[in-house]
Design a protein around this ligand. Structure first.
Ligand code: CTP
Ligand code: MG
Length: 335
């Protein structure tokens, strides 16, 4: 309502909706990309099953969560159902085998936080990271994909927010800003909180999907085809939502006390999670609870300097949407 009263005198909210939607459409990957990804996955499956006939490959991350941009890397998880395996040995052996295929830049990074094999497939032009037994990532990818099916406004909002974050240089975890995964969770949480709500809280409903991974219970309601009209009482368009999102993170979020939680569909207190002080490198300056690994704060990468950068960027975005006659240009201006 606030946005509408402002734009009433300055232009037409429908024009803004159309501009944001045009940007969103331009960010959707072409169908051919899916086919190329499938082609590379088939090649990888053929190689893997020679050595580990029981193993399986799963896609995760942006190539599978429906929030992927064109030309995003393929994130693949190799699962081997054997508690005895040594991940480094598997990755080194895998790298060896992939080297003898027509693949480039094959490299095993066994000391990374998430150890992987990296490669580039010259036939499709796709770069790919393969990790081992990172099943939680596969499951949280499914959760994001399921949320995306309920209401298209989530995909629209998350694409625009990711595009903004990449343009403004605040999508770099190694520089203390947030991962794409964190931004998508922020969007889901925001839409769970619109009134009327645009998204439900899937983990708060009777589970229809249930799996335990690394002792973490990952159950939730996944029959999302039954929830397609969920947000229909809320008629807000994308311009209103983009404005609301940035306004929330610029002026409404209580950084000192609050934790956003997609798992519960509520705001939790930092005190209840014992996220009130710095422990090691975790400072908890912006708190985003992982939906399954609930001791993980996805804001833990943010430090004293980068929280300033982030908050200034949220404020800049909110101000542009509030005052600029043509916000779509300035909002995404490279930093
Ligand atoms: N992931 C995770 N925990 C994190 C970060 C990432 O489990 N702290 C997993 C999630 O499954 C996520 C995937 O790794 O979907 C990839 O993360 P990220 O690169 O942040 O997101 P993408 O969707 O791949 O976005 P981008 O287009 O920027 O690559
Ligand atoms: Mg990625």
């Amino acid at each position: 309502r606030q946005l509408r009263s402002q734009v009433a005198c300055r232009g037409d909210i429908e024009t803004w909706n159309a501009s944001f939607l045009a940007i969103y459409e331009s960010l959707i990957p072409a169908e051919e990309e899916k086919a190329k990804q499938k082609q590379l996955l088939t090649l990888l499956e053929r190689v893997v099953c020679k050595e580990w006939p029981e193993a399986r490959l799963f896609l995760y991350g942006s190539c599978a969560n429906s929030f992927g941009f064109p030309k995003s890397d393929l994130d693949v998880c190799l699962t081997i159902d054997d508690a005895e395996i040594n991940k480094s040995d598997v990755l080194l052996r895998l790298a060896d085998m992939l080297q003898s295929e027509n693949l480039q830049n094959v490299q095993a990074l066994t000391r990374a936080r998430v150890p992987i094999v990296k490669l580039m497939d010259p036939t499709t032009g796709i770069s790919c990271d393969i990790c081992v037994n990172n099943v939680l990532a596969v499951v949280n990818t499914k959760l994001l994909r399921d949320y995306a099916q309920i209401d298209t406004r989530l995909r629209q909002l998350a694409f625009l927010v990711k595009h903004w974050a990449k343009s403004r240089g605040v999508n770099e975890t190694y520089q203390g800003t947030l991962s794409s995964y964190a931004y998508v969770l922020m969007c889901i949480h925001f839409l769970q909180h619109r009134r009327p709500a645009i998204l439900p809280c899937l983990q708060g409903m009777k589970p229809t999907y249930s799996i335990t991974v690394d002792d973490v219970d990952c159950s939730y309601f996944d029959q999302v085809e039954n929830l397609l009209g969920f947000g229909s009482h809320n008629r807000e368009g994308i311009a209103q939502l983009v404005w609301g999102f940035f306004n929330y993170w610029a002026y409404r979020h209580d950084y000192a006390n609050d934790v956003i939680s997609v798992r519960t569909g509520t705001i939790l207190s930092k005190r209840a999670k014992d996220w009130t002080r710095r422990i090691g490198n975790d400072r908890h300056l912006i708190c985003i609870e992982d939906p399954f690994e609930i001791s993980h704060d996805l804001g833990r990468v943010v430090d004293k300097r980068s929280i300033r950068v982030l908050r200034e960027e949220f404020e800049r975005a909110a101000e542009i949407i509030q005052h600029d006659p043509n916000p779509c240009v300035k909002l995404f201006e490279p930093y």
